[in-house]
Design a protein. Structure first.
Length: 250
């Protein structure tokens, strides 16, 4: 895959809500699970596109803590699907130099899925390329509540000295080894973040794509990166640049 050129800076960390699998499938007279299957090819194409673009971190929302509310059949499929995708694709990702990470909670998650996630982490842990994080059984509010409870426990036991700061909180997150998200992408036209990486996305630039996830590919990713590269990120700072009137002296 060719290396793309962008107008400005490439985001270091991209997060993606891979939305629209069900609608993609239903529009074709297929079941939702067929849409999830179609999303696998899109994911691999996006990973390859991120590598070509020079992105260092890619984090995707694979299964949320709220997804347990879906039908038992769909939950069962998604558990099997996440497990099988890792099994099928981990060698290819390893060949690409990708380091695979997992962010999520153990409770309720199938042990076989955890085993595949940890196996992929172990296989790719020495890789120096793109850091690809799969958020499986992840919810941002739960992540923050878990972090707060652990900080309280560690504060009481004396493990934490002094005041708790934003840097302290960062150390207790599931993404503690990752930088903040620069570019947050959601596919399918929905414009919400759905409890994904709330803390980490405090200063993210957002791109909401109309493309359903199974149709989303590296060119769509590059288009989002190009939009990001043209934005002025001020992080709370302000620029005072009043426009001159036509009659003002030069």
């Amino acid at each position: 895959m060719r290396k793309p050129k962008f107008t400005g800076t490439v985001p270091q960390h991209i997060a993606i809500v891979m939305d629209g699998n069900g609608r993609w499938a239903n529009a074709r007279g297929l079941t939702r699970v067929e849409g999830h299957r179609a999303g696998e090819a899109a994911l691999m194409d996006v990973i390859e596109g991120a590598i070509a673009a020079g992105v260092k971190y890619l984090t995707v929302f694979a299964f949320s803590t709220e997804n347990w509310k879906r039908s038992p059949d769909e939950v069962k499929f998604l558990m099997n699907y996440n497990r099988e995708v890792l099994r099928r694709r981990r060698d290819q990702l390893n060949e690409w130099g990708v380091r695979v990470r997992w962010a999520g909670r153990r409770p309720k998650l199938w042990p076989s899925v955890i085993d595949e996630l940890l196996t992929a982490e172990k296989l790719t842990k020495k890789n120096k390329g793109l850091v690809f994080t799969m958020c499986v059984n992840y919810g941002a509010r739960t992540e923050l509540v878990d972090a707060i409870n652990q900080m309280i426990e560690d504060k009481d036991s004396g493990k934490i000295k002094g005041s708790i700061t934003d840097k302290t909180v960062q150390k207790y997150l599931l993404t503690r080894d990752l930088p903040d998200v620069d570019l947050f992408i959601r596919t399918s036209g929905e414009q919400r973040i759905s409890n994904f990486l709330l803390w980490q996305s405090a200063y993210s630039e957002f791109v909401f794509s109309e493309v359903l996830w199974p149709d989303f590919g590296h060119k769509d990713l590059w288009q989002a990166i190009e939009a990001f590269s043209k934005r002025n990120r001020r992080f709370g700072k302000a620029e005072d640049k009043p426009k001159k009137s036509k009659g003002s002296a030069k």
